[in-house]
Design a protein. Structure first.
Length: 236
């Protein structure tokens, strides 16, 4: 009798993000939805998700041999200190964070190109881009990652000015936005749409009298699931 075919074990990947400590459910659900979209592209994988804001969830879903995908913009304190501490004792490989994926600048340029086409007719021919990021008062890594990303993005957007600004450090969003002309596109350089994107950023733009358009957070854009799926396949 022929032997039954052996089923290959599923590859395991765990997507993790900061989440929203004050209200963890919403961002936990958003990350789970992203994980499902990644799973749709990787049927032979077990794609899991856990934000750091949900107590114990990361450790509960973690398993030896998993690939850990940090859905963060920079390789900062959370990816280099918090994650290793919480996953101590597990055998795993950790990928570079989402914001440092080498294919992200081109995807972002494509997203912005579509936004430029949808801009009102009175908008300047080459609208500027205001890249609004988190920054950090604790150390330089968050801003350094944003500036490196902006350097990679600028050659892909010839003729468009790309200006960086931050929620938690200078140059602050309100100060940078105040100098931007009408028709500027503000792109939140964030993985998730937490309070910084839904509250702090709009307040700063309003304070500045910003006369442009604010796009959704970069991490919620179309094509992100494919980017993550490709990164996982490359690392496997």
């Amino acid at each position: 009798m022929p032997r039954p075919a052996k089923t290959r074990p599923l590859k395991i990947a765990l997507l993790t993000a900061h989440g929203q400590p004050s209200a963890p459910v919403g961002q936990e659900q958003a990350l789970a939805q992203l994980a499902q979209r990644v799973s749709d592209q990787l049927p032979d994988w077990d794609i899991r998700s856990a934000t750091l804001a949900s107590p114990g969830r990361l450790e509960q879903l973690m398993q030896d041999g998993a690939l850990v995908y940090p859905f963060f913009m920079a390789d900062g304190w959370f990816t280099s200190q918090v994650l290793p501490k919480r996953l101590k004792g597990f055998d795993y490989d950790q990928l570079a964070p989402f914001g440092q994926d080498p294919t992200l600048p081109q995807l972002t340029a494509d997203i912005l190109a579509q936004a430029f086409q949808a801009a009102p007719a009175e908008t300047a021919e080459k609208p500027p881009v205001l890249l609004a990021a988190h920054g950090s008062a604790r150390g330089p890594k968050a801003a350094e990652a944003t500036e490196l990303f902006a350097q990679s993005l600028r050659p892909l957007l010839p003729g468009h000015q790309v200006v960086t600004c931050y929620i938690e450090q200078a140059p602050f969003v309100a100060d940078a936005a105040r100098e931007m002309p009408a028709g500027t596109l503000c792109l939140p350089f964030f993985a998730q749409s937490g309070n910084h994107v839904t509250m702090d950023l709009p307040e700063a733009l309003e304070e500045a009298g910003f006369r442009g358009t604010t796009l959704p957070a970069l991490g919620g854009s179309k094509g992100i699931a494919s980017l993550i799926a490709n990164a996982l396949q490359t690392a496997a």
